[in-house]
Design a protein around this ligand. Structure first.
Ligand SMILES: [Ca+2]
Ligand SMILES: [Ca+2]
Length: 409
């Protein structure tokens, strides 16, 4: 029997390695357990041996090698990206979660800018448009997405399946912006959902709690076309979601609706598979990396970098009378993230963390900020303090696990 194969798309320019990234992430999360075991075993045999090993490893690398690694961290591709923002209006209208965005409250809400490639300006724009809207009331955070899609397709019907194996829409939320303990939601065109909680990003050891379903989440999709039918061309699909505020009480909130002016970190991702039509059916070739289209560019093929997510500002009205207030702590946060990426690169090469800023090519004064650093080789804490008397005093910290928090003076 001859097989007829047609490539639905042939554009070769988008991001390819999301699958690989995710698989590596899962591997890293798993291998972390093994690493812990090895470290525990090492600890039993004497800390001095580990310390000697660390020192000798460091000695194997020249300053030029270290400088080269420090000059090429992932942060280099991320630091110039300005996270996007969206001002969400409070609504008193009734929202029926049916996948249709025909309520007046939705009509009044502005569409976001079209999604872009996850890597940002380095890559071409996505070939199909994706947009989102956000509104809120006293009970729910509402999120809507609209996706152009000529080939509606889904396979997964079991809740909490690995949804990104299909075309999907994804939501990431970190209410308290500390990089840890954040929420991830995925949905496909069958309205099969997957919810999980990240204790820490995979890069910082994870783990995730999977699944971790939230009581009362509502999700409905509307399909403008025929799903899993390659004989015609579809228009797209919309997603309408409602997340109860009570579900965020374990993510650093008090479980109540936010106050106008509050800001949360949030981002959205659309995973788009490369389909083939084989004997009249859609087939997603295994090992073919998907495209990753996002609202706010990440600067790398990785969603699990909460420091680059966009800002959601809660407002009473969603019109232009509301002004976005840039996060006054973002500069300090970004400086700490720079130290984090430098330390991770330094550690990858030397198996230890730098104990003085000079080893990372940094000085203790950067603009209006003072930086300090402590390390015992296997852990570190960096502190940044605003030295500008005209600005409100603020101190922030980050540690080797990427936890970023505000401290007292
Ligand atoms: Ca609706
Ligand atoms: Ca958090």
């Amino acid at each position: 029997m001859s097989m007829k194969t047609t490539y639905v798309s042939d554009k070769q320019s988008e991001s390819y390695s999301e699958d690989l990234r995710r698989e590596l992430n899962i591997f890293e999360a798993t291998s972390g357990i093994v690493k812990c075991f090895i470290l525990a075993t090492c600890a039993a045999s004497g800390f001095s041996v580990a310390l000697l090993s660390s020192v000798s490893l460091h000695a194997q690398h020249t300053q030029a090698q270290i400088d080269s690694v420090l000059a090429n961290t992932r942060w280099e591709g991320m630091k110039d990206i300005v996270p996007k923002h969206y001002i969400a209006a409070h609504t008193t209208g009734t929202i029926l979660i049916d996948g249709r965005l025909d309520e007046q409250s939705w009509r009044d809400a502005p569409w976001s800018q079209p999604f872009v490639d996850i890597e940002g300006d380095r890559k071409p724009l996505p070939r199909f448009q994706t947009r989102m809207k956000i509104i809120w009331d006293d009970q729910y955070l509402y999120i809507a997405a609209e996706m152009e899609e000529p080939h509606l397709w889904a396979t997964l019907t079991e809740k909490n399946s690995v949804i990104y194996q299909d075309h999907d829409f994804e939501v990431f939320i970190d209410p308290n912006a500390d990089n840890h303990n954040y929420y991830e939601f995925e949905v496909n065109a069958f309205n099969t959902i997957w919810e999980l909680r990240m204790i820490r990003p995979y890069r910082d050891g994870g783990p995730n709690i999977n699944p971790d379903n939230t009581d009362g989440v509502l999700s409905v999709v509307y399909l403008d076309g025929s799903i899993n039918d390659p004989s015609d061309i579809d228009s797209g699909w919309t997603v309408e979601l409602a997340f109860p505020w009570s579900g965020f009480d374990s993510y650093g909130t008090d479980g109540a609706a936010p106050t106008p002016g509050d800001q949360w970190r949030i981002n959205f991702s659309r995973v788009q598979r490369r389909l083939q039509i084989v004997n009249g059916e859609y087939v997603s070739p295994r090992r073919t990396p998907p495209c990753n289209w996002v609202w706010s560019a990440q600067g790398a093929i990785a969603m699990h970098m909460p420091e680059r997510w966009g800002f959601l500002q809660f407002a009473i009205r969603g019109d232009r009378s509301e002004v976005f207030v840039p996060d006054p702590t973002l500069v300090a946060r970004d400086l700490l993230m720079e130290i984090h990426y430098l330390q991770k690169a330094y550690n990858k090469l030397t198996r230890t963390y730098a104990g003085v800023l000079d080893e990372l090519g940094l000085t203790s004064v950067r603009g209006d900020y003072l930086i300090d650093l402590w390390s015992d080789g296997s852990t570190f804490t960096a502190m940044i303090e605003n030295s500008n008397d005209a600005a409100p005093p603020a101190v922030f910290y980050i540690n080797e696990r990427g936890h970023l928090w505000r401290g007292g003076l």
